[in-house]
Design a protein around this ligand. Structure first.
Ligand SMILES: *[C@@H]1O[C@H](CO)[C@@H](O)[C@H](O)[C@H]1NC(C)=O
Ligand SMILES: *[C@@H]1O[C@H](CO)[C@@H](O)[C@H](O)[C@H]1NC(C)=O
Ligand SMILES: *[C@@H]1O[C@H](CO)[C@@H](O)[C@H](O)[C@H]1NC(C)=O
Ligand SMILES: *[C@@H]1O[C@H](CO)[C@@H](O)[C@H](O)[C@H]1NC(C)=O
Ligand SMILES: *[C@@H]1O[C@H](CO)[C@@H](O)[C@H](O)[C@H]1NC(C)=O
Ligand SMILES: *[C@@H]1O[C@H](CO)[C@@H](O)[C@H](O)[C@H]1NC(C)=O
Ligand SMILES: *[C@@H]1O[C@H](CO)[C@@H](O)[C@H](O)[C@H]1NC(C)=O
Ligand SMILES: *[C@@H]1O[C@H](CO)[C@@H](O)[C@H](O)[C@H]1NC(C)=O
Ligand SMILES: *[C@@H]1O[C@H](CO)[C@@H](O)[C@H](O)[C@H]1NC(C)=O
Ligand SMILES: *[C@@H]1O[C@H](CO)[C@@H](O)[C@H](O)[C@H]1NC(C)=O
Ligand SMILES: *[C@@H]1O[C@H](CO)[C@@H](O)[C@H](O)[C@H]1NC(C)=O
Length: 860
């Protein structure tokens, strides 16, 4: 999230699009106000009570961060000391507490996806939430469903789950429930269309040579938005998520944090989101505009890092006093923030942050960036790890996908000589945390780079764990961890009973360049001579097992079918227990049951090329046209009749399973009814007062660059210090933007996650799964649906479960399909509808191994 501002280099533009051809985002106003329906009722009521007692400046304080690196957390709002409400501490990341110590480093989201395990998603969320809470963080900046994974080389895909909305949606929701059950507000991010690192922020792109004036625009049609990218966010809202983070990119040439169609219409009206929208760091681009378009919290609060100025803070106070932003809108911001705080029980658990994101020193200035305030203890080194290492080890093992096994796994432990080959087996010579935000690829890879990271408490390497195992069994073990030492690799492989070859591919966030990769991967091949390392081993050892640590798919085409490559495992980004998790699978203590959460194509071209890596609109916003629609990952491969090496949902076990006896039963559900009626009018809580009420208090010692809600003077224009202050309001207040009267409820709206009727269960499907092998194992039955229309994907995943089955045991797996599962988004009706095209259900063990199928009965 932090960028370095470097002098821009000359632009080499491709084709230039004229402005009137650019994708356009229609206005949607006013910004919906929270209503406290359903499980929000109590929290909403308490929020309204407390906000009603607040002055305008106090409400504004809650909405605005106090400035970059001023206080301890990566983002912290002002508080309301008079009412005992602390500032809110927001802290990265989606896989553990970032920029801290004595915390756990959990497996990345992509591994949770590979586990296909709802319980583990929940438990991981809860364990992370406990660590945030114990460190004094109120808001965890995660989990991620945007990026969803449109393109295999998208830099931050691994922070999220999988390029499938149903798999992502379920695990996203379980993670959120876990985090919030631990008393911490979860943040569903990034909303929306944030599918690439290149051009996500114009100033950052200037740093790597593109003189663009605006950030890239994700141009997404309405159907693709609903059926793909918005889907998991609907699940998040249904799960009661407290915060949503709007994204850096534009959507249809309107910035994510001031896009009224995305925030007001899709998120707050249609999905009826009751929590607050927080900006990504410096993704906030206007004061009044963003407020009316639905933003509720500005992070980290300043216009640019440490400018000492803010679009909000004093400016938000002023814009209410000068009548531009209606008071009810600021009331609603504060209510949404306080409701989320109460909903998760933060008021019962709150402690001040006891770590500093900016230093590991014990003592420092209270206001770090400006070295002001008392010199005090800033790090208490509180160990918050509990026994989470056990869960981390289990998720690591349960997310390791067995892709190939020529009867060589599990290892017996009796192997005489075990060769460990490749840099990815060993440790980082700089130390596990030796590169800031994991911004290098040294040693074994267990998380990507960027803000989506945490510091490791330790990192068990494969070398360490496997060496322990071999020595315990009185074998010999040697490691060549220099991936360029081909002679030594060949010599070792020749003697080995088994060669375990470790390879990887990394990616991360756009503010760090690793080996010339600006976040997004430049290619999807292995890093660090990986293909040559595998081949050097395989040409010399007839029992070569390859272990891949990667952020997504990599090309294995050169060697996957080499006769001496007897095994392939994908271990993803397993976190701190990496080596132990892997050893559990290699030595058979854990029978692998994970399934690939993405497609493994034969070539880069088999995925098509969606990333825009050259400016294609002159100096203007690069245009990312999502013309492939819903056809990403397996949907695209199916449509193009492209055969992958390993398909989405594929994974082997040490046992085998058989599928039979598909049953389909129509359930009694009432008919679909579009939501109707109107909301209440916007409530206004308390009085705004006058400018003179909001002058800086006498005697306040102002911290340099700190963002306050107060004014220097009662002259509002002077207090704003804004050169363009006071433009004729009609020129920039959108029509309806200040209208607080009752508003129509959208047909597809009316409940959390959309129309409640969408979640009615229409059909029950069951199948029998038998373990036909000799040992217990986990299977993930997967249910896919063909929606049958000419524009539909061949099949789409809808349901899955991970179940443990004993040898010879038969299990009846039963699941239900909801109306949403069978519907398409009807652009004209602006509602979901079940088309009359004949629909088919498939059940099996992967997206291409679907032995059971049946026609679905007609339902509505
Ligand atoms: C970048 O673009 C701006 C605005 O179009 C222009 O003023 C500036 O000279 C350009 N800089 C470079 C290095 O091309
Ligand atoms: C973007 O434009 C497309 C095409 O007009 C439209 O279908 C879609 O709803 C728009 N989305 C947003 C967020 O503006
Ligand atoms: C705003 O928050 C800051 C920091 O927490 C605090 O010092 C200040 O008193 C708050 N202002 C109001 C009006 O409560
Ligand atoms: C820090 O963490 C400990 C243990 O969770 C907690 O008791 C304490 O209140 C927190 N804050 C401070 C300032 O110690
Ligand atoms: C108000 O916002 C403008 C940008 O819109 C900024 O230039 C100005 O510095 C802000 N004022 C304060 C007091 O932060
Ligand atoms: C009201 O205040 C805001 C925030 O300072 C400013 O951007 C806007 O131009 C002002 N509008 C009027 C009509 O004075
Ligand atoms: C570690 O990573 C840095 C940054 O990518 C690189 O320059 C260095 O060569 C690496 N060192 C080792 C020992 O791998
Ligand atoms: C792909 O990128 C990685 C990382 O920068 C690099 O090590 C590798 O050599 C590249 N592969 C090819 C085929 O260029
Ligand atoms: C497989 O390994 C053996 C050594 O065990 C070697 O002799 C043979 O050439 C290898 N096969 C291939 C196809 O490289
Ligand atoms: C490798 O070759 C050795 C010696 O010929 C043989 O005993 C062993 O079974 C082979 N291993 C595999 C996995 O084929
Ligand atoms: C308000 O006063 C402070 C302290 O004198 C000054 O630094 C700041 O620039 C002033 N802001 C505006 C918008 O005039």
């Amino acid at each position: 999230m932090k960028f370095t501002w470097i002098e821009a280099a000359a632009l080499t533009a491709a084709s230039v699009v004229s402005a009137d051809e650019l994708a356009y985002s229609p206005p949607f106003y006013p910004s919906p106000w929270a209503n406290g329906k359903g499980e929000w009722a109590d929290a909403y009521k308490r929020a309204v009570d407390i906000v009603s007692q607040m002055t305008l400046a106090e409400k504004v304080n809650l909405t605005t961060g106090t400035g970059w690196e001023l206080e301890k957390c990566v983002g912290q709002t002002g508080g309301v000391p008079r009412l005992g409400i602390p500032g809110m501490c927001g802290q990265d990341s989606p896989l553990g507490v970032r920029d801290s110590d004595y915390n756990s480093a959990f497996p990345a989201g992509i591994n949770v996806a590979a586990s296909w395990n709802k319980d583990l998603a929940y438990l991981r969320g809860k364990a992370m939430g406990q660590e945030f809470s114990d460190k004094g963080a109120d808001i965890q900046l995660g989990p991620v469903a945007g990026p969803l994974g449109r393109s295999p080389d998208g830099g931050r895909n691994w922070e999220g789950f999988a390029p499938d909305p149903a798999l992502t949606g379920v695990l996203f929701a379980e993670t959120i429930k876990g985090i919030q059950d631990a008393g911490v507000v979860a943040t569903a991010k990034h909303f929306i269309g944030y599918e690439q690192e290149h051009f996500r922020q114009a100033p950052e792109a200037q740093g790597y040579g593109y003189n663009i004036t605006e950030s890239g625009s994700a141009n997404i049609d309405d159907k693709t938005m609903h059926e793909l990218y918005l889907w998991p966010f609907a699940d998040a809202v249904r799960a009661g998520v407290g915060a949503v983070m709007c994204s850096y990119n534009q959507i249809n040439n309107s910035y994510g944090c001031q896009n009224s169609y995305a925030l007001n219409k899709l998120l707050k009206s249609e999905l009826e989101f009751q929590g607050f929208v927080m900006s990504d760091w410096e993704a906030h681009h206007s004061g009044v505009g963003a407020a009316l378009a639905g933003l509720d919290m500005s992070m980290p609060g300043d216009v640019t890092y440490d400018s000492g100025t803010s679009y909000w803070g004093a400016n938000l106070t002023i814009s209410v006093l000068n009548g531009t932003v209606p008071q009810w809108r600021v009331d609603d911001m504060a209510v949404r923030i306080m409701a989320a705080y109460y909903k998760v029980g933060r008021d019962r658990l709150w402690t001040p942050p006891n770590f500093s994101s900016w230093t590991r020193d014990e003592y420092g200035y209270k206001y770090y960036y400006v070295s002001e305030g008392p010199y005090e203890k800033v790090n208490q080194f509180v160990n918050v790890q509990r026994n989470h290492s056990e869960l981390i080890r289990r998720i690591g093992a349960d997310s390791t996908v067995l892709l190939k096994n020529e009867n060589v796994l599990p290892l017996t432990g009796k192997e005489r000589l075990v060769a460990l080959i490749g840099e990815d087996a060993g440790s980082n010579a700089y130390g596990a945390n030796g590169c800031s935000d994991r911004g290098c690829n040294n040693g074994t890879l267990a998380m990507g780079w960027g803000s989506g990271t945490s510091n490791y408490p330790y990192l068990i390497t494969p070398e360490q764990a496997i060496q322990n195992e071999v020595i315990k069994n009185k074998g010999n073990v040697f490691a060549v961890t220099d991936s360029w030492a081909i002679d030594q690799i060949e010599a070792l492989a020749k003697q080995a009973s088994v060669s375990l070859v470790f390879v990887n591919a990394d990616s991360g966030e756009g503010y760090i360049d690793v080996d010339g990769n600006m976040g997004d991967r430049n290619n999807i091949t292995l890093w660090g001579n990986g293909d040559n390392v595998v081949k050097a081993a395989a040409n010399n050892c007839n029992n070569t097992i390859v272990i891949i640590h990667s952020v997504g798919p990599v090309l294995v085409t050169e060697w996957y079918d080499h006769p001496n490559v007897t095994g392939i495992l994908w271990a993803g980004l397993p976190g701190q227990e990496s080596g132990n998790s892997l050893a559990d699978v290699l030595y058979g203590r854990v029978n692998p049951g994970a399934k690939s959460p993405f497609t493994w194509g034969k070539t880069r071209e088999s995925y098509r090329n969606y990333l825009i890596t050259e400016a294609n609109n002159g100096d203007g916003a690069p245009q990312e046209d999502f013309t492939e629609g819903i056809f990403i990952d397996y949907r695209g491969f199916d449509k193009r009749n492209e055969t992958p090496i390993f398909e989405f949902g594929y994974g082997l076990s040490y046992t085998t399973f058989n599928y039979s006896n598909l049953q389909v039963q129509t359930l009694n559900a009432s008919a679909y009814t579009p939501a109707t009626g109107k909301t209440e009018a916007a409530p206004t809580l308390g009085e705004a007062g006058n400018a003179s009420d909001y002058l800086y208090p006498d005697g306040l010692e102002r911290i340099t660059d700190f963002i306050y809600p107060w004014l220097n003077t009662t002259d509002l224009q002077a207090a704003s210090g804004d050169a363009s202050y006071g433009l004729n309001a009609s020129e920039y207040i959108p029509e309806g933007g200040t209208d607080g009267s009752a508003q129509p409820i959208l047909a597809a709206g009316g409940g959390p996650g959309g129309n409640p009727r969408l979640y009615d269960e229409l059909i029950r499907v069951s199948a029998t799964i038998k373990n036909t092998g000799k040992i217990a194992g986990d299977e993930v039955p997967q249910l896919y649906v063909s929606l049958g229309g000419p524009d539909d994907a061949k099949i789409v995943l809808r349901k899955f479960d991970r179940i443990t089955i004993q040898p010879s045991q038969e299990v009846e797996w039963s699941t239900t399909l909801t109306r949403r599962d069978l519907a398409n988004w009807d652009v004209a009706a602006q509602d979901w509808t079940i088309t009359s095209y004949p629909k088919t259900v498939y059940v099996g063990s992967s997206s291409r191994k679907l032995p059971l199928r049946a026609a679905l009965p007609t339902v509505q």
